[in-house]
Design a protein around this ligand. Structure first.
Ligand code: FES
Ligand SMILES: [Fe+2]
Length: 399
């Protein structure tokens, strides 16, 4: 393979390396950035519904700081934090039936930012209707609070997913918002690296036999150590891979995983139980150098909690993190935003390359004024299929 060219031939010596860069167009998510504007065309989970109460909380999404609360009429509000009066934060506000009241001079705003009271002004504020606290639309579905932070005239329908639309008796949806699925644990919410490092990891089946099965011992099941034969394909809403394995007992299986726009990850059971995937994850960018995961999963109604083969991530010592690194160590270890300029992408990275290319294409569509894949305005078309799972080939199971 050709060596990276550097000034003078240094024989690979680390001295005098070129300055490092990353591809800002597919990683940065702030307002006005290409990827940020692409992201803002979709609904994003911003909180687990059960954790949204009358106590205001700070949330940071797509590089924007916001205040989240639930009013006494069970409506959820997501407002810009600086009070429209003189700018103190609504984090110290109090919530009642009608909305949130600023601590400083008591101006009150409803969940759509209308100013509904100005107690220091004559008549409770004769001109209060001229004031509007910036707000974003929210909805609740599958145990999560979803926000739309894009142009109002482009607001799509909140997608639904077939796997959660036909619950069987004795089943429920478990909604979570922790770093568990990114190699962390249930006590940690935010992962300190760029969202793309996690999302593109979904199209990287080759780290499973190494990182998760041999390097760090068996983190899922021993069968994951079999090097798979992989085919990657574009699909309407993103990308899929199918990983074929012949197990030691003779059974053959295809493990199908999806990465859908803008940051959906659908990973079948990591213990290889057969059938369609029962859960969906969303890799929500907090800002350019942090993300958080939300998951919804179909579970038995009496489900008591997840079983991890690992010690909780936050209980591990530095030595244990070194001895048994997982997704957290590998992805955060790539740095706050991984430097694409010094990568040496190889055959096994085909899925990562294809996913980045597909992402660039969607970002370009938004730049040109179009609607990206998966943005739907017709409620009749807003139920998406989860076409992922561990599929055992029938002949191999019966023989
Ligand atoms: S700063 Fe909020 S009411 Fe005055
Ligand atoms: Fe992984």
């Amino acid at each position: 393979m050709q060596q990276a060219t550097r000034k003078g031939d240094t024989g690979g010596n680390a001295y005098g390396r070129e300055p490092l860069t990353y591809d800002a167009d597919i990683t940065e998510v702030g307002p006005g950035t290409p990827c940020g504007e692409f992201m803002r065309r979709y609904w994003h989970p911003v909180a687990v519904s059960a954790k949204v109460t009358s106590r205001p909380q700070n949330v940071r999404i797509l590089g924007e700081d916001l205040i989240l609360f639930r009013d006494g009429k069970n409506r959820v509000g997501l407002l810009y934090p600086r009070c429209a009066h003189r700018g103190t934060t609504l984090y110290y506000g109090k919530v009642d039936e009608n909305g949130i009241r600023c601590c400083y001079h008591g101006w009150q705003f409803d969940v759509e930012g209308h100013c509904i009271d100005q107690p220091c002004e004559p008549g409770g504020g004769e001109h209060k209707s001229r004031v509007r606290q910036p707000w974003y639309p929210v909805q609740e579905l599958y145990g999560l609070v979803w926000a739309y932070m894009g142009p109002p005239d482009k607001q799509p329908v909140l997608p639904r997913w077939d796997v959660f639309e036909a619950l069987q008796p004795g089943e429920k949806i478990l909604a979570t918002g922790s770093s568990f699925g990114a190699g962390g644990d249930d006590t940690v919410e935010i992962v300190p690296c760029n969202w793309l490092q996690d999302w593109e990891n979904i199209m990287d089946p080759f780290h499973i036999p190494i990182l998760h099965t041999t390097f760090s011992g068996v983190q899922f099941v021993p069968e994951m150590g079999i090097m798979p034969e992989v085919v990657w394909d574009p699909v309407d809403l993103g990308m899929r891979y199918s990983a074929y394995r012949k197990l030691d007992d003779g059974r053959e299986m295809d493990r199908v995983t999806l990465a859908l726009f803008p940051h959906v990850r659908i990973v079948p059971d990591i213990r290889l139980s057969g059938g369609p995937a029962k859960g969906i994850g969303w890799v929500v960018p907090v800002d350019d150098t942090h993300f958080r995961l939300f998951h919804t999963t179909r579970v038995p109604a009496d489900f008591k909690g997840r079983v991890s083969t690992r010690r909780p991530w936050s209980d591990m010592t530095e030595e244990e993190h070194q001895n048994e690194p997982g997704d957290w160590e590998a992805q955060v270890g790539q740095g706050p935003v991984s430097f694409h300029s010094e990568e040496n992408l190889a055959t096994s990275d085909r899925g990562v390359v294809m996913l980045r290319r597909a992402l660039r294409r969607q970002i370009e569509i938004v730049k040109q004024g179009g609607d990206p894949a998966g943005v739907v305005f017709d409620p009749a078309k807003a139920v998406f299929k989860v076409e992922a799972g561990n599929f055992y080939r029938e002949a191999s199971v019966t023989t």
